[in-house]
Design a protein around this ligand. Structure first.
Ligand code: SF4
Length: 278
């Protein structure tokens, strides 16, 4: 079995106008995360090279904030062109919040393969975790990405206090979008966040992976943030549960597993690394 590895590059961090309660990049939260408006292109290239060395197939350019504006769009395109020139054969993903069809077409022209915009949770539960924008606006951006001809990477976060009904409803919405890949994040509590929810157990987390694969058999199920925190020594059981992709290296604002440890473990388990997005 082949595992698709993806690396995340936080190219614009923090200072976000939105109040997503799970997110340390929100201005509503006092945190000591690194904040910057623009990561140097040379640094992005270095991280892309590292991702490639770590067998990553996907490389995701993430910007904090509600959505794309002209300046951000130009910057993401500039980064995309530079990576393609210096580090060919990485599949580029953009994750830049709300976007219209024209903006997304520009990203596609610049070589972006897939757009990541998570629904995060069910339509019903979303107002409890964010009040500054709507779940529908997230759903619509996903429709825009499809219309622009981009592949979709759309998933969300579990363990924020949502019910089983919410989880089912969330996955039904994902079924409507039919994403190419669907990331599963597990909420990581932080003393500065207003969101307090009990930590998921490893069994619950593995059930979520199984239920996601059952609901979306044709999507690549990716386990992203919270893998190490929630699953600990059981983290590699996700592949039996239906996942075929993980994030390699660090996440947006939290540390991930050491890349070499993941690579060694995956090789020991007899997996190879995907070199094509099918
Ligand atoms: S819009 Fe994105 S960056 Fe801003 S607070 Fe919400 S999740 Fe965080």
């Amino acid at each position: 079995m082949q595992i698709m590895l993806c690396a995340i590059c936080n190219i614009a961090s923090g200072g976000c106008s939105e109040d997503c309660k799970y997110c340390t990049q929100s201005s509503f939260v006092k945190t000591n995360i690194l904040k910057y408006k623009r990561k140097d292109i040379k640094q992005i290239i270095l991280e892309a090279k590292m991702a490639k060395k770590n067998h990553a197939l996907g490389f995701c350019l993430v910007t904090a904030g509600l959505g794309l504006d002209d300046e951000k769009l130009e910057y993401v395109c500039e980064a995309a062109y530079a990576i393609q020139k210096e580090v060919p054969n990485l599949f580029l993903i953009a994750c830049n919040g709300m976007a219209n069809v024209e903006q997304l077409k520009e990203l596609k022209k610049a070589g972006i393969f897939s757009y990541n915009h998570n629904l995060e949770t069910s339509k019903e539960f979303f107002p409890k975790i964010c009040t500054t924008h709507t779940w529908e606006s997230r759903f619509n951006t996903n429709l825009n990405a499809k219309e622009a001809g981009l592949m979709l990477c759309c998933g969300g976060i579990y363990g924020m206090g949502e019910s089983e009904e919410d989880r089912i409803s969330f996955r039904k919405s994902l079924q409507e979008l039919k994403p190419f890949s669907t990331p599963i994040n597990f909420f990581i509590s932080n003393e500065n966040l207003n969101l307090k929810a009990p930590k998921l157990s490893a069994d619950e987390a593995l059930k979520i992976v199984r239920d996601t694969k059952a609901a979306l058999p044709d999507s690549v199920v990716m386990v992203a943030g919270g893998r190490e925190f929630v699953l600990k020594e059981r983290q590699y059981e996700i592949f039996k549960a239906g996942a075929s992709s993980i994030v390699i290296g660090d996440y947006l604002t939290t540390k991930g597993e050491i890349a070499s440890k993941d690579i060694e473990k995956l090789e020991q388990m007899g997996f190879s690394f995907a070199s094509e997005c099918h």
